[in-house]
Design a protein. Sequence first.
Lengths: 420, 246
Amino acid sequence: MLLSYLKIAWKVLMRRKFFTFISLFGVSFTLMILLVVMAMFDHLVGPGAPAKRIDRMLFVNTIRHEMVDNHGWMNMPASIHFVDDYVRKMKTPELVGISSGISNATAFTKSKLLPLDVAYTDGNFWQIMDFDFLGGRAFSKAEVQQAQRVCVINEATARSYFGSTDVVGRPIEIDLKRYRVAGVVRNVSAARIYAYADVWLPYTLSANYFKDNRLNGEFLPVLLAPSAAAVPAMREEYRQMMRRVEIPNPKEVKAVFSYADPILASFTRALLNHQDQTVDDDNIGAFYLIVGGLALLFMLLPALNLVNLNVTRILERSGEIGVRKAFGATGGNLVGQFLVENVVLALVGGLLGLGLAAGALALVNEAHPVAYAHFVLSWRVFGWGMLLTFIFGLMSGVYPAWKMSRLNPVAALRGSGDQK
Amino acid sequence: MENLLATSSHTRSQPLNGATDALPVLRLTNIEKVYQTKTIETVALNQVNLTINRGEFVSVMGPSGCGKSTLLSLMGLLDEPTRGTIEVDGRTVQSYSDRELANLRNLKIGFVFQSYHLINDLSVVDNVEVPLLYRKGMGGKERRQRALDALDKVGLSARTGHFPGQLSGGQRQRVAIARALAGGPEIILADEPTGNLDSVMGEEIMDLLLGLNRQDGVTIVMVTHDEQQALKTQRVVRFFDGSQVG
């Protein structure tokens, strides 16, 4: 029966070329936009070099200080004191690494000024992230502790500054300070905000590396769990740990809050800030609700258009519906048939949408909106795309199919669209 | 109702689906069909009592709008009477759900329409398979074989891969008859099957239907305007203004 449905679905699509074109355009264009957005989203939060083990990682964005006497809040990244005395003492993480936010620096080549994004990291950072080394190595724990002037640079910097990537051991002058290149890594997308930089330096060289007991600083701890399954326990241990944190300046600060979140939750907590910042809510549910709602709304418009076209198409096919009913088709049979037709149409549109999305992403990549970002349609995005297409097919097919199944067979055979 | 045309005795195939020879295929008792709108009430059928026995070929005649097609819709379980009862193989279908009625139509009734109502997107053999698609437990091979057998019976074995658009009117009606036969129904309801055909093709179709009735014992009820054709059947039922007049 399915084969017969598929056969007729294909014939119907081919017979009504204009209708098919309009439908396919709506479906494929909508899906193209959704897929491009999904590919970007996947690039931002999905696994990929150097955060290949992102499912095992938790990120700490900020430490929120609630000031006394309702003087507001101060949100800043963590200090080394906080990392060393609290985070590194946690039991669950396999590794705790840090990187700083990006700061700007400048290097001078013979002919031009080279603006650089610099991040400060520790030795563990290189073990947590899987950078692709073109040459050399990361700096070691000892080099960090001794505050040696070593650095890791990305491929683009190596080529711009030296004209080659084979530069390990050579000196580079950044902000008028000389560093020795320990390693060269493949470029990391600026969308991977916890790992991205042009140049990585030992955190002990940072101007914001203070040895006092302040909690706020410039560092973003990254915690690696021994397995993905251990992530919730690690998150909970961080929560417990925060209860033990001593406030160094209780006359100014009433309480401190900080959370270790998976990558997406770390964004949603910051983006969809809760009104009451003392509430521990990463807003991931709200995020999915908003994104799902928007996607649904976005799909709803072409789906409604398709519903409309489909309903009018029913009249054209009333004879067929009448015949099928006369010969024993139940309402369910007809709903099934029409849904198959619509899902086939949507899947064809989905495949076209995938092609369009690949083209659109190629254009986006060409335009370099985000440094070193290369957006791709992964299998994961493809799977989501096909699921969306399927939902799209069902959404736009259910109502017309139901309406079709309700046609009075006698009226349908006469060619009128009277309902039962 | 007496037979208007004496019929020769002929072999009858075994009734399907456990039906017994003794029971009429269809019995309509005190049937009324009233179409009601806000302002007007139209009586399409009034106090119709009709029994169709196994192996009969019955013609229904009458002027346009006399209720013939309504009667056929009721007989085909495509519509419900306002009053009265319909029995199929001795079972009253009043309380049947839509699904049960669909199943009953699939098993017991075949339809032939004036305008053929073939599905243009499907080949001849696929069209004939349509009723069998809704037959529970029937595999693709059996469906195909039964469709081919039915096409053989109507003399269209050579046209199985054609599409309706490639056939003449007479051939299309043969396909429609094959489709009606494919499911092995108890009864075929034909609504002016020769109405869209010229006299030669009409004769061919009529001969085919007569052959099916006489040789294979297929029970047929045919709505027609053609007195000559009606007279070839075993019994003619006449209608006027929704009432049975003969």
